[in-house]
Design a protein around this ligand. Structure first.
Ligand SMILES: [Zn+2]
Length: 116
């Protein structure tokens, strides 16, 4: 018979899917893109970290990580500004189109009234 497989009781240094739902990690943690189970990946810093819970929590509090998060958020905000800037132009066109449509409707209404 084969020897009993003894699971080590020390630190579990394996990427754990559960971390993706933990408050301090869920915003940025991802499995290692290279598929190493002993590594985790930070989406903001684009860096591979060792899959060690304590180290990962420390990483989430590091200045380097905080800066990367801030940088990402400001990038997102500038994207949002870009998209809100354009519709104001199309809104004016829409208003003009509505005015024309209202004018045409009024014209036809007057026409129908004359005919009947
Ligand atoms: Zn990070």
């Amino acid at each position: 018979m084969s020897k009993a497989y003894k699971v080590s009781t020390g630190y579990c240094q394996k990427y754990t899917k559960k971390w993706e739902s933990e408050d301090e990690l869920k915003a940025w943690i991802a499995p290692d893109p290279a598929g190493r189970s002993d590594s985790a990946f930070c989406k903001y810093c684009r860096t591979t970290l060792s899959a060690h819970k304590k180290g990962l929590v420390q990483h989430s509090r590091s200045k380097k990580h905080e800066n990367a998060v801030l940088k990402d958020k400001s990038a997102l905000q500038s994207k949002k500004l870009d998209s809100t800037f354009k519709p104001t132009v199309t809104d004016n066109i829409k208003i003009a189109e509505l005015k024309i449509a209202a004018f045409i409707n009024g014209f036809f209404y007057a026409l129908i009234k004359c005919v009947f």
